[in-house]
Design a protein around this ligand. Structure first.
Ligand SMILES: [Zn+2]
Length: 440
């Protein structure tokens, strides 16, 4: 197994980075994020950016001051492109309202650290405290991945992002308390809602273009928002160089969202050949979130209402069919889970994230290499013009890197086991370190 050569560290007091000492990760297999893997590969970085990635024989020679790590596999840090930092311990829309934001955000901070320790260096967050947790990560106050938060999920009154068990006034008040716009109706309110999330610095705008599973009074097959409203939100986001992500299950919602210019379809449960063709034509990505659809059905004793389980049960096979159509048609897919719970008692919870890769292989029919591409190189594509140079092991890209004790191309589930995640670097800084070899 591998070994680490750790040399004395000369930390530059201004940058905190090792000065004049590069890190070299030498691996039996280098998985670049997109394209074919390289046998006997090497990644080199000195600071936040990768300076070399490719075959060992073509790499610049090692200097004695370099830190070299030998591992079975190296790949880009993972992306989960559909998540929620909520701090809720029971997975319902109402629990979001019941849980004090002060408590919720503390739990969310812990979840951010947890997911980084499991190899996720980037998280797109589509409704929750991500925008705030992300600020604290960025300024170095707490450990965590890069977080790209949408603020809230823009919804019609009575739509998927509304909390139907509470009075509408109360929902508006609670959203406002968090700095978020409440449910919005008509072009003028939709424009104002987009401006409010842009005001928070959201790099992506999330809208609910169909009903949902977790919301009580709506149906996942019905569309939400009119063409005019969707188009107004997409255009307003575009003026700030943002794309729109749309929650949609039903086909009418998927088609309407794509025609309005939405660039990522979340869930896509009723996607068919025609919808897949339109996705390809429009250059949109699918974020299937197989995790939540399967977990709502499979998990027992999670305290979620029967109506939710029933909605999910009706959808689980259809969702698998849709995913397989997208894979067969080569619709670009980005890995996303819809994870949002802060307790293992919740139907989906932080820490399960990498299981989605297994589902993409087992249920979606992807190869392990395709599943890894969906969780690496395709991650930043879900941010449109706001995408960082991330998700690939290539010179000039961010040094967000994952070293593994086992080759995930041979067994994709290796990514779900924390013991295998032996090193994680974020922005070139060592964030996670575990023993390189297992117990004898
Ligand atoms: Zn979601």
């Amino acid at each position: 197994m591998g070994r680490a050569n750790r040399h004395g560290r000369n930390l530059n007091e201004n940058t905190g980075f090792l000065s004049g000492m590069a890190t070299r990760v030498e691996a039996d297999v280098l998985i670049p994020g997109t394209g074919e893997p390289t046998r006997n590969g090497c990644v080199i970085f000195d600071g936040a950016t990768i300076s070399y990635a490719g075959p060992i024989e073509s790499a610049p020679p090692a200097s004695p001051s370099d830190t070299t790590v030998n591992v079975p596999a190296v790949l880009p840090g993972l992306w989960d492109t559909h998540t929620h930092f909520t701090g809720i311990r029971n997975f319902t829309m109402e629990e979001m309202v019941y849980t004090s934001p002060w408590v919720g955000i503390l739990r969310a901070a812990r979840d951010a650290e947890k997911v980084l320790r499991l190899g996720f260096t980037s998280i797109r967050e589509l409704g929750g405290y991500g925008i705030y947790v992300g600020r604290a990560v960025k300024d170095g106050s707490i450990p965590g991945p890069h977080i790209y938060g949408s603020g809230t999920a823009l919804s019609t009154t009575g739509g998927h992002g509304d909390a139907h068990a509470f009075s509408l006034e109360y929902v508006h008040q609670e959203q406002s308390r968090l700095g978020f716009p409440g449910p919005c109706d008509g072009v003028a309110e939709c424009l104002a809602a987009v401006r409010k999330v842009l005001r928070l610095g959201a790099p992506v705008v999330k809208v609910c273009a169909s009903g949902g599973v977790l919301s009580d009074m709506d149906s996942p097959v019905d569309r939400q928002f009119s063409d005019e409203e969707l188009r107004a939100m997409v255009e307003e986001a575009a003026r700030a160089e943002r794309i729109v992500a749309a929650h949609c299950h039903g086909k009418v919602g998927i088609m309407a969202a794509l025609k309005a210019g939405v660039k990522t379809i979340e869930h896509g449960s009723y996607l068919d050949d025609e919808a897949a063709d339109l996705m390809l034509e429009k250059g949109a990505l699918l974020v299937p979130t197989r995790t939540i659809v399967t977990q709502l059905v499979a998990r027992k004793d999670t305290g979620i209402p029967e109506f939710m389980i029933e909605k999910a049960r009706k959808m689980v096979d259809q969702h698998r069919t849709a995913l397989r159509i997208a894979v067969r048609k080569n619709v670009p897919i980005a890995m996303g889970t819809d994870i949002g719970g802060s307790s293992e008692a919740a139907a989906v919870y932080w820490g399960q994230n990498a299981k989605e890769l297994v589902l993409l292989v087992e249920d979606g029919g992807m190869t392990p290499l395709q599943a890894i591409e969906s969780a690496t190189a395709n991650g930043p594509r879900t941010l449109g013009p706001q995408a960082p140079r991330s998700g690939q092991l290539r010179a000039g890209f961010v040094a967000d890197i994952l070293a593994l004790r086992e080759d995930p191309l041979k067994r994709i589930a290796a990514l779900t086991e924390s013991d295998n995640i032996v090193r994680v670097w974020k922005d070139g800084q060592l964030a996670v370190e575990r023993p390189l070899a297992g117990p004898p």
